[in-house]
Write a protein that binds this ligand. Structure first.
Ligand code: PHE
Ligand code: ZN
Length: 864
């Protein structure tokens, strides 16, 4: 066990930095294991008094410190493992430090590190302090100029802003000079040096300025960058139209790297991407990859305003940039790909990740008030729930008032590091509405439970709606207050006609009653349309009401939701030992009806066909969860559907096959999604005809979407079909890291009972590289998160495996190790014998010597 107890950082302790760093001049002399960094900081005292200058700095070898050119003697400064302190300074001065760092040894992938022979950086949140001494906090904005010197073997030398000079130096070395005219916090600094191919294009902004666009990729990969480039141009245009935001530099660059802890990073003018979220062609990327690339390219680009031009005062305000930017990228994707399908996918992700987080030991408010390691707070709550809050704000204010508030925010806070309060104040001002209650959404953790019951008085034609809300306690927040919850409600007749259009009821008390007059017939309620708030809704609807919604709700989100709820209840009933066979048949029949609806898009039908996932069912089951029982119950429903709808599924599977050239369009992707959903369902009933069809699907596939869509069903069927398909896949793709990631992850999601042995064996496969986060997650996280029936093996072997991986990875990459903890943290939700075994592994991790703060924080919170 660690002896030093790390101290949490608290929002309440925020104090401005007492100095301004007016300019920052960095000179990099790059060398893999001994890079020199000289920093010249023009500093001015801004706080009163005689506060010492305290700079952050970790893992740095300090070579020299000077003030205004005068070397400091040893008694004029102090260095410890995390700081450089100069107790006495003039009011205005230039501080120059020189340090040496070792990028080659850096496997934590924060700061300056090497990936595939190239130098690259990742500074958010606190990586800059491992590059040089600096006030590494988001409220210290400075103008940067950067000089990079390196070997000729690294032809591209990139940093933020505009390239102002470059040339050669002695000894086959060369240099580049970059100037970024926009003041920025250190977390937005970036540097890349390496041998790269570049794809170039340009964009003319709404005011007529031409911006050069460049995407840098591994040599030979240029053709895989075109979709990202196209997405970027669409995102730039969209932000001008939807938010009036124009790009500001003359150059916008993106670089793809294979070793990256997260998805991508919005460094000013120089975004750095995990290559899995940038590179795509039809042969190697699935439609889901294309979709993610489009969304993430947009997300990082949108940060230029929501994050870079206006940044966060402190890391507690992270949702200010992340929640808002996710909202912006989701709105963009909705415009690109269709609002309903996009909304369903976003809500599915929200429930799977954020609702799970909110229901467990790591629940925290969208704006937390303390943390140990900020790295641990890049969570679904900050991102996805943060976005839902903005969405509710728009619903409550209306689109026009929402846009006015955004305009004011951009105008008023441009160039600042600000707070969520300041953001909300803009909307209060432009709308004239009091949003003080609304603010509680940022401060209160947990998913509210909303119940809706209704009474219909036929005589008076009056419908009475009774709404209630409550939020269960979360760690550190034993009591909760009511939140303002926008509940969008419409009415249908029993025959499925629309009786009353959507109206938003604002539930802002514990309980309230609403009377709707003039309701001429007994209605069916369609509530929480479009998922108007991030809550769990319970209603007194009968299955027959749900079938009306499932077949006829004009709100397609709720049509899908009705199907999901019906399926969920059937699966939970069966898992609890009370199967409703008649209900299951009825559901399969209704699903068949929905699938032949000519008016519905294939992409939507594909979503109708996918049953609630096993992790979702775990979260929804009332009793302590039994993942294996849930898996078997879900499978039973799949088998019934596959049998009941066999002819229809085979017919659709045939009809959706396309013969023409591949198009990444949403429409074409929708057809592939439906075809793959049919294949997936048919694998539940693997008789010869289906098996032949599935093998044919796999073998004839000419793009990665179809190939994966054929491979997974064969893996599920197991046996020889599985072995043949997996080895053919490996032989074809052994040299393509991104595709090999898919090969690993598909095997980790194998539902067959022998999967754990196979996963363990795969950790000894020569292509398994635990230092690469993509590969690690493909095998380890995918198994722990998406294969609950096998991860929760009663022997505890799945838990042991995960704990071993966490301890191994924590030695070199704490950020990524910490992200593996969550599946164990949910131990309270499972049957007590499983929960005890999970807890035991957490305890084993907790007492391990030299645990990182990252893992320690999550394990400790999970145990208390
Ligand atoms: N700021 C990045 C984004 O959301 C995420 C990120 C955080 C990446 C920390 C790397 C490290 O766009
Ligand atoms: Zn972001």
């Amino acid at each position: 066990m660690r002896t030093d107890t790390p101290q949490p950082i608290r929002l309440a302790d925020y104090r401005p930095f007492p100095f301004a760093i007016e300019t920052t001049r960095l000179v990099f002399d790059l060398s893999p294991s001994a890079t020199r960094v000289r920093a010249e900081l023009a500093i001015r005292r801004t706080g009163d008094g005689d506060a010492p200058l305290v700079l952050n700095g970790e893992r740095l070898k300090l070579l020299s410190v000077t003030i205004d050119g005068q070397a400091l003697s040893a008694n004029q400064y102090a260095v410890d493992a995390e700081h450089l302190t100069v107790p006495e300074t003039p009011d205005q001065f230039v501080l120059t430090t020189e340090v040496e760092i070792d990028p080659l040894a850096n496997k934590a992938l924060t700061g300056l590190y090497m990936s595939g022979g190239r130098f690259c950086t990742q500074c958010e949140a606190e990586g800059f302090r491992t590059i040089t001494y600096f006030p590494d906090r988001p409220d210290v904005l400075s103008r940067y100029s950067v000089r990079i010197e390196a070997d000729g073997g690294l032809p591209h030398l990139l940093s933020n802003g505009n390239l102002v000079d470059q040339g050669s130096l002695d000894g086959a070395r060369h240099f580049a000079e970059w100037v970024d005219p926009f003041p920025k916090p250190s977390y937005l600094f970036a540097l890349v040096a390496g041998d790269l191919d570049v794809v170039t294009d340009s964009f003319v902004t709404m005011s007529g300025r031409e911006v050069a666009l460049k995407i840098f990729v591994d040599p030979g990969q240029a053709s895989r960058a075109t979709y990202a480039l196209d997405s970027l141009k669409r995102a730039m245009k969209w932000d001008e139209e939807a938010f009036g935001r124009e790009y500001d530099l003359d150059l916008f660059m993106i670089v793809a790297v294979r070793d990256f802890n997260f998805g991508a990073m919005e460094n000013k003018g120089l975004n750095i991407f995990n290559s899995s979220l940038l590179l795509a062609d039809p042969e190697t990327a699935t439609d889901a990859d294309f979709e993610r690339i489009e969304a993430v390219v947009a997300h990082e680009y949108f940060h230029n305003w929501t994050g870079n031009r206006i940044t966060c005062r402190d890391w507690f305000q992270l949702c200010l940039k992340e929640g808002f930017t996710v909202f912006r990228d989701q709105s963009f994707s909705a415009d690109m790909r269709g609002a309903v399908v996009q909304r369903i996918k976003d809500v599915r992700a929200l429930r799977a990740r954020q609702f799970a987080e909110d229901a467990g030991p790591l629940a925290h408010p969208v704006r937390p008030s303390s943390y140990l390691k900020i790295d641990n707070f890049y969570t679904a709550t900050i991102y996805e729930k943060g976005s839902e809050i903005i969405r509710m704000l728009k619903t409550i204010l209306g689109a026009e008032a929402f846009r006015k508030g955004c305009d004011l925010y951009f105008e008023r806070h441009d160039g600042e590091a600000t707070t969520v309060e300041a953001f909300i104040a803009c909307f209060t001002e432009t709308s004239g509405q009091d949003l003080s209650d609304f603010f509680a959404w940022y401060e209160q953790a947990g998913t509210p439970a909303v119940t809706l019951t209704s009474d219909y008085d036929a005589q008076a034609s009056v419908l009475t709606l009774n709404l209630r809300q409550s939020t269960a306690p979360t760690p550190g927040q034993p009591t909760k207050r009511p939140l303002p919850i926008p509940v969008a409600i419409g009415l249908l007749s029993q025959g499925g006609e629309s009786l009353r259009d959507t109206e938003v009821v604002l539930l802002d008390k514990d309980a309230m009653t609403v009377r709707w007059e003039g309701v001429a017939q007994p209605p069916v309620l369609s509530a929480l349309r479009g998922f108007s708030a991030p809550v769990n809704l319970t209603t007194d609807a009968r299955p027959s009401d749900r079938y009306v919604l499932f077949s006829a709700d004009p709100d397609l989100f709720n049509r899908w939701e009705a199907g999901q709820t019906l399926a969920r209840d059937l699966i939970l009933a069966r898992a609890a030992g009370a199967p409703d066979e008649v209900g299951e048949e009825r559901y399969a029949e209704a699903l068949g009806q929905a699938l032949v609806d000519e008016a519905a898009e294939p992409a939507f039908k594909a979503l109708l066909l996918s049953l609630p996932s096993e992790p979702d069912l775990t979260l929804l089951s009332e009793e302590p969860a039994d993942p294996l029982a849930l898996h078997e119950a879900r499978d039973a429903l799949r088998i019934r559907i596959a049998i009941h709808l066999g002819d229809l599924l085979r017919r659709l599977h045939g009809e959706m096959q396309s013969s023409g050239e591949f198009s990444p369009s949403a429409e074409a992707a929708g057809r592939r999604a439906l075809r793959n959903a049919c294949a997936d369902m048919l694998s539940a009933d693997p008789h010869d005809e289906n098996l032949t069809r599935l093998v044919g699907h796999y073998e004839a596939s000419r793009n990665m979407t179809d190939m994966i869509g054929g491979l997974y069903p064969l893996v599920c069927i197991g046996g020889e079909a599985r072995e043949k398909a997996l080895s053919a896949f490996y032989d074809t793709w052994a040299a393509e890291p991104l595709v090999l990631d898919k090969w690993f992850s598909i095997q980790s999601r194998d539902p067959n009972p022998d999967v754990l042995d196979r996963v363990v064996a795969l950790t000894r496969h020569p292509a398994f590289e635990p230092t690469n986060p993509n590969r690690l997650r493909a095998l380890v996280s995918a198994f722990a998160s998406f294969n609950p029936a096998r991860f929760h093996d009663p022997s505890g072997a799945g838990y042991r495996f995960l704990a071993d991986q966490i301890l191994t990875v924590d030695k070199f990459n704490p950020m990524t190790a910490a992200r593996l903890v969550e599946p164990l943290g949910a131990w309270r939700r499972y049957k007590s014998d499983l929960g005890a075994l999970m807890r035991q592994e957490l305890e084993r991790i907790a007492v391990h010597p030299d645990l990182s703060k990252n893992v320690l924080e999550l394990v400790t919170k999970s145990l208390t």
